[in-house]
Design a protein around this ligand. Structure first.
Ligand code: GLP
Length: 238
């Protein structure tokens, strides 16, 4: 695993945005694997700024997001569809028909997972996958467990994840305790992965990733098996 150690969050965001920008410029029809959460917000801001300056063209980009809460409506401000529209898709010239996120409103979540795997299969491969990391080492919503899934699946969120993500919800608002998430196998189909970590709440998870041990109780440790992963982090997360 390569490591880019940054001095602060802004530097992480710049380094991550530069990686994404490079793939968009190099590939004719780039496929980006995108993540949500607070960590990539700065990266999206920088990408929008590059687009505004005429430095990036998203017209040929296809994107696949890692996950979505379930059940949740796409127009709910807490949904990852809303997040992506708001932070990136509505602010650049991407064709929204080419942006994929699991449908948190699907009547049958298992059928939705199978459909999402078909989408991933039809795209072939992901050129660059952006990942954040949960405090407990989850990637996407692949939570620590005795076994993990290769493909897209319905997952129950751990208490620690529900607690960590409750900061985005207003008081009294129900936080979904399930999600639809791409599996570890799909994440591994990416040619290149960047793993972003900022702040000392990520320190324990990052320590495990760098410990040299693999364990499904910290799913991000499995990234050590992928041939091209770059950890972009600040000193607090290290
Ligand atoms: C969420 C997302 C993950 C994200 C993680 C960390 O639960 N499903 O994709 O990486 O939590 O979020 P944050 O960046 O807000 O710490």
């Amino acid at each position: 695993m390569k490591i880019i150690q940054c001095k602060d969050y802004d530097e992480i965001s710049t380094a991550a945005a530069n990686e994404v920008a490079r793939v968009i410029r190099e590939k004719r029809r780039p496929v980006l694997g995108l993540a949500t959460g607070s960590t990539p917000v700065g990266m999206y801001e920088k990408l929008v700024r590059m687009y505004g300056k005429g430095e990036l063209d998203f017209s040929g980009v296809t994107s696949v997001n890692l996950d979505e809460y379930y059940p949740i409506s796409p127009d709910n401000v807490q949904s990852y569809r809303y997040y992506m529209n708001n932070k990136l898709f509505d602010r650049v010239n991407i064709d929204k028909n080419n942006t994929y996120i699991p449908n948190g409103n699907a009547a049958d979540p298992y059928d939705e997972c199978a459909k999402y795997d078909s989408v991933l299969d039809s795209l072939g491969k992901i050129d660059l996958q952006v990942l954040g990391i949960g405090r407990n080492g989850h990637i996407g919503f692949n939570e620590p467990d005795e076994s993990l899934y290769l493909g897209t699946h319905v997952t129950r969120l751990s208490d620690s994840t529900v607690k960590a993500n409750s900061r985005f919800f207003s008081e009294g608002e129900k936080i979904p305790d399930r999600a639809l998430t791409m599996g570890i196998g799909s994440i591994f189909k990416a040619d290149k992965i960047i793993l972003l970590a900022s702040g000392d709440s990520k320190k324990d998870a990052v320590k495990q990733v760098l410990s040299g041990k693999l364990t499904t109780s910290c799913p991000a440790t499995l990234l050590n098996l992928h041939p091209d992963v770059t950890l972009i982090c600040d000193s607090d997360a290290m």
